[in-house]
Structures are given as structure tokens and as C-alpha cells.
Write a new protein. Structure first.
Length: 74
């Protein structure tokens, strides 16, 4: 609500959300998505798609993490 005049379209809203994604794989992912938006070739067109992409990108990673950790501990 504080920046309602700044976030005038979906792309600005997407960039705003991506700007909060820091550290690790999420930062790499967010940087790639940000570069796509800034270059005019976004893979995400609206906030619903952003949420879906976040879920798809990181839900599987969370499921694989215990296996990955287990295999590296042996």
C-alpha cells in the first residue's frame, strides 16, 4: 500500500517481489527472472504465474534436499 503509485503494472509488481529474494538458490533464480523482465523477455507475466513458478522451482528442491544430504553424508 505504501508504494501503490510505484507499482503501476504487473512487471513492476513482479520486480518488487523478486527484489526481496536473497541468498542461495532463490537469489540465483530471482536474478535470472529479474534479468528476463528487464530484457523484455519475462517468463512470468503476472503475480499468479510468479507464485506458481516459485512453488514449482522450490517445492521439488525441498523434497530432494533430505536425499541429497543423506547421500553426501555417506
Amino acid at each position: 500500500m505504501m508504494q501503490i503509485d510505484t507499482l503501476v503494472d504487473e512487471m513492476m509488481k513482479i520486480l518488487y517481489v523478486l527484489s526481496f529474494m536473497h541468498r542461495g538458490m532463490v537469489q540465483v533464480w530471482a536474478t535470472n527472472e529479474t534479468n528476463g523482465v528487464l530484457s523484455g523477455t519475462p517468463s512470468i507475466r503476472n503475480l499468479d504465474a510468479l507464485l506458481t513458478n516459485i512453488e514449482n522451482a522450490f517445492t521439488q528442491t525441498k523434497k530432494e534436499q533430505p536425499i541429497h544430504s543423506y547421500m553426501h553424508s555417506k
